[in-house]
Design a binder for this molecule. Structure first.
Ligand SMILES: [Zn+2]
Length: 289
C-alpha cells in the first residue's frame, strides 16, 4: 500500500478469476464435484480480457480461485510475471456464511498455498466468493489476518441475494482491527442516494448502466473499487437456471461490456490494490471486530 496525500489514481482494477459456471445461486454450479462436467471457457475469456488490459499497459489485482490455479497454472504464471498482483478468491468458491470457521480456514490456507506455489508471489490480498462476509461471520477477518492477509475487498455495502454488509456504513477504505493484526479494507464502491446504496463499478451493475452514468459516478467519487469476471465479457456463455433477478444480473449487457471496460481503462489511471494511495483520512476509519 502506498501512503500519499494525493489521490490521482483512485480507481482500483480487480478481476475475480473464475470460470463462467462459478455461480452461487444454483446448487449444480455451487458444488465443486460438478465443475469437471462443464465446458471450460476460461482460456479464451481470460485472453480476451488480458488483451484489453495489456493494450492500456495497466496492472490489476486478480483474485484467483485456488481451484483455477491448480488447473491453469501456466495462465496464472503468465499473469503474475506480467506484474499483476495475485490475491485469493478462496479455493472452492463457497459462501463464507455457510461455512464453519474451521472449514473457512482450511479452504483459505489451501488457496494461498496453491496460488503462491504457481505465481511465486506472496498472497496478501483476499476477496470472499459472492462478497459473502456478512455481519454474521466477521470471525472471517480474524482468520484472514492470522493467515497473512493484509488487504481485504469482501465488503459489499448493500443488500444482495447472498452476502452484503448492508447496515455497516462501510463505504470507504478503512482499517479492520483484529487480534491477529490490522486488515486494510477496500470495500466495493457505493453511491448513497435516498437511503439506498447504488452499485456501479462491477459485475452486472457495470454491464447494465450506460457508460456516461458510470463515468459520472466514478469521477464524482474519491474512491472506486471495480470488480470484473472473465464471464462478464462472454456473450456466448451457456445459460444456467437462476432466480429471475439473478438471471437478469448475470446475463445483462454482455455484448457491450468489453467496450465499456476499454473506455474505463482509457479514462482512468487504474491501479492494483497494493498500489492504491492510502490517504490519512482512511486511517481514521477504524472498525474493531
Ligand atoms: Zn467469485
Amino acid at each position: 500500500m502506498i501512503y500519499s496525500r494525493d489521490t490521482n489514481s483512485h480507481v482500483i482494477l480487480t478481476i475475480d478469476l473464475e470460470d463462467w459456471f462459478h455461480l452461487l445461486n444454483n446448487s449444480r454450479t455451487l458444488d465443486p464435484k460438478n465443475w469437471g462436467g462443464f465446458e471450460s471457457r476460461f482460456d479464451n475469456n481470460v485472453e480476451r480480457l488480458l488483451k484489453v488490459i495489456d493494450h492500456h499497459g495497466v496492472k490489476a489485482t486478480f483474485f484467483v480461485l485456488g481451484w483455477i490455479a491448480d488447473r491453469y497454472p501456466e495462465i496464472i504464471k503468465k499473469i503474475a510475471s506480467a506484474g499483476h498482483q495475485i490475491g485469493s478468491h478462496s479455493y472452492h468458491h463457497q459462501l463464507v456464511f455457510n461455512q464453519t470457521p474451521y472449514d473457512f480456514e482450511k479452504d483459505l490456507v489451501r488457496s494461498i498455498a496453491a496460488l503462491e506455489n504457481v505465481s511465486g508471489q506472496r498472497v496478501e490480498c483476499y476477496r470472499a466468493p459472492g462478497f459473502s462476509i456478512t455481519e454474521k461471520c466477521t470471525w472471517a477477518f480474524e482468520i484472514l489476518a492470522k493467515n497473512g492477509i493484509r488487504i481485504d475487498s469482501s465488503i459489499f455495502p448493500a443488500r444482495r441475494s447472498h452476502g452484503g454488509f448492508a447496515s455497516s456504513k462501510i463505504y470507504e477504505p478503512g482499517i479492520i482491527r483484529t487480534k491477529f493484526g490490522d486488515i486494510y479494507e477496500l470495500p466495493i464502491s457505493a453511491v448513497r442516494s435516498f437511503g439506498a446504496s447504488i452499485i456501479f463499478s462491477g459485475g452486472g451493475y457495470f454491464r447494465l448502466l450506460p457508460w456516461a452514468l458510470i463515468n459520472y459516478l466514478i469521477s464524482s467519487q474519491s474512491y472506486t473499487m471495480t470488480y470484473f469476471h472473465p464471464r462478464d465479457f462472454d456473450p456466448d456463455q451457456p445459460r444456467i437456471s437462476l432466480p429471475p433477478l439473478t438471471k437478469f444480473k448475470s446475463y445483462v449487457g454482455l455484448v457491450k461490456s468489453l467496450n465499456k471496460f476499454d473506455l474505463l481503462l482509457k479514462h482512468y489511471d487504474v491501479v492494483t490494490c497494493d498500489a492504491f494511495e492510502w490517504t490519512s483520512k482512511y486511517s481514521d476509519n477504524i472498525w474493531e471486530i
